[in-house]
Design a protein around this ligand. Structure first.
Ligand SMILES: Nc1ncnc2c1ncn2[C@@H]1O[C@H](COP(=O)(O)OP(=O)(O)O)[C@@H](O)[C@H]1O
Ligand SMILES: [Mg+2]
Length: 311
């Protein structure tokens, strides 16, 4: 098999007493779109910041194209970064922003102009390239941010939650752009807390929580982790503290996640459901709704983290 483009091993990072990353590791292959899925506080931004060189004082190793990423400064030029907080000049127009950011690299002016035009086309901003960026919508700003990350033609693009705070249509356009970038051969790491996004565009997915990767693989591989189980949402007028001990008495049911009014359990078979319901009934727990779900990434996430991404 081809040598991975990026190999991350045992990265740990503390902010004073807070352990933001805990021996995190994964590998990325060339041209792969890799999704890092994790709730707020999982450590996604910390990891992206370490890879982009803005967060220091960590332990562990990162090899990029077979070399130590932090020992060879030249390697940084092959990485493009699209940070969560957007970086550009609001008073400049989109074209001038691209020329400015591209100017930080050794790109001949003619070539820089050519790339800027091409990228404005890819991110669908060609017709608005002369307007100050401050007039742009959130989605347009995010698209410009991606173009800036690509101006020096990096081999690896890091995107930190590029779809946060924009509407559904704007999101779809951003996901399409990321897909296109991946198809051109650029490797992509993309963080999100949205299940549907990684399901849609990523070849491989890592589930991240509390600073570590709990599982990684293709969607099919990950879903296999819960495939043998039936996942059931039980809703009702109950408090989580009351329903948990009641369900714990049932050996057949595993609690995947619980909050007031809704508990998600895994059963080996739906045949076991009537017994579960009658047990709840005997314990005077009122049920208003039952939903049987096919195994999906959400169930995997619940199983691995014990909580829902919506929390
Ligand atoms: N500059 C910082 N100082 C102190 N704690 C931080 C800092 N940045 C992040 N953290 C903490 O590190 C953990 C991971 O944060 P972060 O990497 O931002 O996660 P995510 O991007 O997945 O939401 C959180 O507990 C967060 O509060
Ligand atoms: Mg973040």
């Amino acid at each position: 098999m081809e040598q991975p483009i990026l190999e991350i091993k045992d990265i740990s990072k503390y902010y004073n007493d807070i352990k933001a990353l805990d021996q995190l590791g994964f590998t990325l292959h060339k041209g792969e779109i890799f999704g890092l899925l994790g709730p707020n506080g999982a450590g996604k931004t910390t990891l992206i910041s370490i890879l982009s060189g803005t967060v220091k004082d960590f332990s562990g190793t990162v090899r990029f194209k077979g070399e130590d990423l932090f020992a060879n400064r030249r390697l940084k030029n092959d990485i493009g970064i699209v940070p969560q907080d957007m970086a550009f000049y609001e008073d400049l127009n989109a074209m001038d922003n691209l020329l400015f950011w591209g100017g930080l690299y050794n790109i001949p002016p003619k070539e820089l102009k050519r790339r800027a035009l091409q990228l404005l086309d890819i991110v669908e901003l060609s017709t608005r390239s002369k307007e100050p960026v401050k007039n742009f919508s959130g989605g347009m700003k995010r698209r410009l941010n991606i173009a800036i990350g690509l101006i020096h033609q990096p081999e690896l693009l890091l995107l930190d939650e590029p779809t946060v705070g924009i509407d559904v249509q704007a999101k779809v356009r951003i996901l399409d752009i990321i897909k296109k970038v991946g198809m051109e051969g650029t490797s992509v790491i993309f963080t999100t807390h949205q299940l549907s996004e990684v399901e849609e565009i990523c070849q491989r997915i890592a589930i991240m929580d509390k600073g570590s990767i709990l599982a990684s693989g293709t969607l099919e591989q990950l879903v296999k982790l819960v495939e043998e189980k039936e996942v059931v949402d039980i809703s009702g007028d109950f408090e989580s503290s009351r329903i948990v001990p009641v369900i714990e008495k049932l050996p057949a049911a595993d609690i995947l996640a619980v909050e007031d009014g809704i508990v998600t359990i895994a059963l080996d078979d739906t045949d076991q459901l009537p017994a579960v319901l009658s047990h709840l009934f005997q314990n005077t727990i009122e049920i208003t709704d039952i939903k049987i779900k096919s195994p999906n990434l959400e169930a995997v996430f619940l199983k691995l983290t014990g909580r829902s991404l919506r929390d």
